[in-house]
Design a protein around this ligand. Structure first.
Ligand SMILES: Cc1cc2nc3c(=O)[nH]c(=O)nc-3n(C[C@H](O)[C@H](O)[C@H](O)COP(=O)(O)O)c2cc1C
Ligand SMILES: C=C(O[C@@H]1CC(C(=O)O)=C[C@@H](OP(=O)(O)O)[C@H]1O)C(=O)O
Length: 357
């Protein structure tokens, strides 16, 4: 595998949004890590649906049941299996679009690929699956905590309205947005308006990884930047990412190069990666989410027999997905970094000798 993470730390998820449960098997976790179940629950609570009017109204507890891989509070080095039972499926939400494809969602492509229309709901394509990724991310973060590596993400733009840079510091801590009350008010009004108009909004999430050592990432193919991109782009509704200064393509070389001093880089337009390898600065990434596809306005579509129809959706959907998506961004980044750290251990003879001599 050269373009997605999983050389050492890897996971696979299972389940459907409208099935009995979702879950994850995480493998490649070193033995002896304190397994912080409260932290895992908190991470799931940060992403869980139904918390406020800025998210879907589907109510799930998202309580994890740890099935394996932990003994007396520590990881055993064997696969960690975690399951989350679904509680609030309400598949009838989808009964009136049983044979119809939702514009912007994966119904059309899934049906053409598999010739099966699982009309209970979005199934595997629903971002309900991202709860399982948050479990994997929480376990990765338990590894990173041992090394003092921090990962944080927050919304910096909603419906085209961008926060001031410094708002990021607040956005990541706040339940919803910035402590800049002006900006928060503007964003909340935008979301309320979109919801009243049965519409939805896109957004931008900023991801920051702090305290990384120099040297993570392989120079060719398994670069830190392309692996992070692949992992983050695999999140539902993510349409692009930008590593480093998102205006770099508009700058000149003189403006964009980060000059170097004996104390480190004098700026961070590179976003912490050079030649696919971490350079010791913070990793800075912007992640661009599209607007939620399920909206409650009549739209043109077709049914599975190719007849043109009007779609009128019911159900419970996020007016904007970037807010809850920010937790998933952190989780995917944590998994990549955990994997890269362990892989890096094998990359010099000095490191190998440190383990075996
Ligand atoms: C946290 C999160 C929540 C989401 N909630 C919804 C939702 O309520 N309704 C919806 O139609 N799409 C939602 N999405 C987006 C869809 O899952 C996604 O757009 C769909 O699977 C099609 O994939 P694509 O947009 O990546 O092409 C959500 C995405 C994320 C990350
Ligand atoms: C259930 C969650 O979010 C869901 C993500 C989603 C989608 O299409 O992505 C559609 C909605 O749910 P359903 O699958 O029931 O249609 C959201 O409520 C969750 O995040 O836990």
């Amino acid at each position: 595998m050269f373009n997605s993470f999983g050389e050492i730390f890897r996971f696979t998820t299972f389940g459907e949004s409208h099935g009995r449960a979702i879950g994850v098997v995480v493998d490649g976790v070193p033995a002896g890590i304190e397994f912080d179940e409260e932290f895992l629950k908190n991470e799931l609570a940060r992403r869980k649906p139904g918390k406020n009017r800025f998210s879907t109204q589907r109510k799930e507890d998202d309580l994890p049941e740890v099935l394996s891989g932990i003994f007396e509070g520590k990881t055993t080095g064997t696969p960690i299996g975690v399951v989350i039972f679904n509680k609030d499926q309400k598949s009838k939400d989808y009964s009136n679009i049983k044979d119809i494809f939702r514009p912007g969602h994966a119904d059309f492509t899934y049906f053409h690929k598999y010739s099966i229309r699982d009309y209970r709901g979005g199934g595997r394509s629903s971002a309900r699956e991202t709860a399982a990724r948050v479990v994997a991310g929480a376990i990765a973060k338990m590894i990173l905590k041992e090394l003092n590596i921090e990962i944080e993400a927050g919304v910096i733009e909603i419906g085209g309205v961008r926060a001031k840079n410094e708002d990021f510091e607040y956005a990541k801590k706040s339940e919803i947005f910035a402590l800049d009350k002006e900006k928060e008010k503007e964003w909340i009004e935008l979301i309320d308006k979109a919801r009243e108009e049965h519409n939805s909004l896109g957004g931008v999430v900023k991801l920051r990884i702090k305290n990384l050592p120099i040297g993570l990432g392989e120079p060719i193919y398994y670069k830190l930047d392309n692996v992070l991109a692949s992992a983050i782009m695999s999140i539902n509704a993510v349409k692009g990412i930008y590593i480093g200064n998102p205006n770099a393509h508009k700058l000149t070389g003189v403006e964009n190069n980060d000059e170097i001093s004996k104390n480190g880089f004098l700026s961070n337009n590179a976003g912490g990666v050079l030649g696919g390898i971490s350079n010791g600065e913070n990793i800075e990434i912007e992640v661009y989410f599209k607007p939620t596809p399920s909206i409650f306005k009549p739209q043109k579509s077709i049914d599975i027999n190719g007849n043109e129809v009007e779609v009128n959706l019911k159900g419970r959907h996020d007016p904007i997905v970037a807010i809850r998506g920010s937790v998933v961004v952190e989780s995917m980044a944590a998994c990549v970094i955990a994997d890269m750290l362990m892989l890096n251990m094998t990359r010099t003879i000095e490191n190998i000798k440190k383990i075996y001599q």
